[in-house]
Design a protein around this ligand. Structure first.
Ligand code: NAD
Length: 479
């Protein structure tokens, strides 16, 4: 089946693009062109924003929550049918091991849509609040309006879902700009939207690069921006939204710490690090890529992690059992390899990997790489590398571990590993971060997810995410 596409999904229909630009999507494993799609132009963005505005004003913005909940459930059903197609596409595009793609780009996404459908049915959109002044006030939650949703390439389906689901739950309409490197899955999402009979214009897609994204962010027809991506792009978008006084949520980068306490069972730690530190070949925002080990057990921790990393199965992401696939693009691999070179130059010791696997001459593979003897001031301990590269740092006592964990520009994820749950919880409470896992990291869509410091503003997931797509209005009923 050809993966090439000719039309854009705007206003509930497949329409001719208004310009002739095309985007080639490359297979991360074979380096061949996987599919080619139209690149939207500014005029297509105008069309999409206008369609979203019309849909918002002609009914969706005032629709009954039960209608919106039914739409979200129908979308989940339509996505479920397309699960195998979507998850395969994601793995081909960005190298995500297919077992992970099935989990996070398939079943998790479907569960997220059903979860927001249920929340929409139960949610109170207006509350009558007694006033201490002797009358009552109606506090209403209005949808903010037309949303621009900007999505990166690492979890393209999930990160579109984390915007579409709460936006629709709130009564907003949305224009999604996917990342050009992983744009193919967005056409499958659009087919699902059509099958689910999402009202015309409620969800629209405009494939394109950062310039098109910037055009969408500052478009006069947009009421809110929901962005996931790098901290640099997030700052640029935040500046624009600040000037326009436009609500914005920013889900940005991270450099999270895994704090291994001195009583931790190292067998359980290495078992859990796959999900906590190297999911999606390390191309995960909350990945714990700084491993903090107690000085009393430092050598033991380094040995255990080096042995574990060297044993990981590197290969074709579509093959069952693959744990590490290729990186998403040649440019991205070049960037990760530059960081590995910086790590070597810093005097840190490579204890696992450090190069390209000889078994895979094609595809943008990098071996799972572990550096020991890293201090927190080194570049490889401070910058987000976004690949399978871990740095093991030494600490002396819990206060020192917390100090090092918090000595970072970022604050998105984190883990604490210990045989003593209460002790781990005490340490967890002291880490400056938006999310943290004890003895593992499992993303809970019923709880808010997001960052502090340079990891961003606002929260996705949980009922809290819906609030990001609402404006509050108080109607004082004094007379
Ligand atoms: P990126 O910032 O380069 O691009 C993200 C998206 O924004 C793309 O669609 C891109 O075209 C668009 N874009 C870039 N600059 C823009 C601008 N000035 N205006 C409007 N749109 C713009 O990021 P990426 O390389 O695609 O993704 C990797 C980054 O995303 C990492 O830093 C990672 O940590 C972060 N991320 C964060 C989360 C989170 O929830 N906090 C989740 C996943 C990824």
């Amino acid at each position: 089946m050809s993966l090439d596409r000719q039309f854009l999904f705007i206003g509930g229909e497949w329409v001719e693009p208004r310009a002739s630009g095309r985007i080639d999507v490359i297979n991360a494993t074979t380096e061949d062109v996987l599919g080619t799609v139209p690149e939207a132009c500014e005029s297509d963005v105008d069309h999409a924003v206008n369609s979203a505005r019309t849909a918002f004003e002609s009914g969706w913005g005032q629709s009954d929550p039960s209608v919106r909940a039914d739409v979200l459930d129908r979308f989940a059903d339509a996505l479920e049918k397309r699960g195998p197609e979507l998850t395969r596409l994601v793995s081909q595009q960005n190298g995500m091991p297919h077992d992970l793609s099935e989990q996070f780009e398939g079943s998790y996404v479907i569960a997220v849509f059903r979860y927001y459908a249920e929340l929409t049915r139960k949610m109170q959109f207006e509350e009558l609040r007694p006033s201490p002044l002797g009358f009552s006030t109606a506090v209403r939650r209005h949808p903010v309006g037309v949303v621009a949703g900007i999505v990166p390439w690492n979890y393209p389906v999930l990160l579109a879902a984390t915007k579409i689901a709460p936006a629709l739950a709130a009564g907003c309409t949305i224009v999604i700009k996917p990342s050009p490197g992983t744009v193919l899955d967005s056409f499958v999402l659009a087919e699902a939207a059509r099958e689910a009979q999402i009202p015309d214009g409620v969800v629209n897609w405009v494939p394109g690069g950062r310039e098109l994204g910037a055009y969408l962010v500052s478009h006069p027809g947009v009421d809110k921006v929901a962005f996931t991506g790098s901290t640099g792009a997030g700052r640029a978008i935040g500046e624009v939204c600040g000037r326009l006084l436009r609500p914005v949520s920013l889900e940005l980068g991270g450099k999270s710490a895994a704090i291994i306490l001195d009583d931790a069972d190292l067998g359980s730690v290495t078992e859990g690090l796959m999900g906590a530190s190297l999911p999606n070949n390390g191309q995960t925002c909350m990945a714990c890529t700084r491993i903090l080990a107690p000085s009393s057990r430092y050598d033991e921790v380094v040995d255990a992690i080096a042995t574990w990393a060297s044993s990981l199965t590197v290969g074709d992401p579509l093959e069952s059992g693959t744990q590490i696939g290729p990186l998403a693009s040649k440019e991205h691999r070049d960037r990760v390899e530059r960081y590995i070179a910086l790590g070597r130059d810093s005097g840190a010791r490579v204890v696992a990997g450090g190069g390209r696997p000889a078994t895979h001459p094609r595809g943008w593979f990098v071996e799972p790489t572990v550096f020991a003897n890293v201090t927190n001031s080194e570049v490889i301990a401070r910058d987000e590398i976004f690949g399978p590269v871990l740095a093991i740092l030494k600490y002396d006592g819990e206060d020192d571990a917390v100090r090092i964990a918090n000595d970072s520009d970022y604050g998105l994820g984190g883990t604490v590993w210990s045989a003593d749950h209460e002790r781990a919880l005490e340490v967890a409470r002291r880490v400056d971060t938006g999310t943290l896992g004890i003895n593992g990291y499992v993303l809970d869509y019923n709880a808010p997810f997001g960052g502090v410091k340079s990891s961003g503003l606002g929260r996705e997931f949980g009922p809290e995410a819906i609030a990001g797509y609402q404006q509050l209005k108080s109607i004082y009923q004094a007379g």
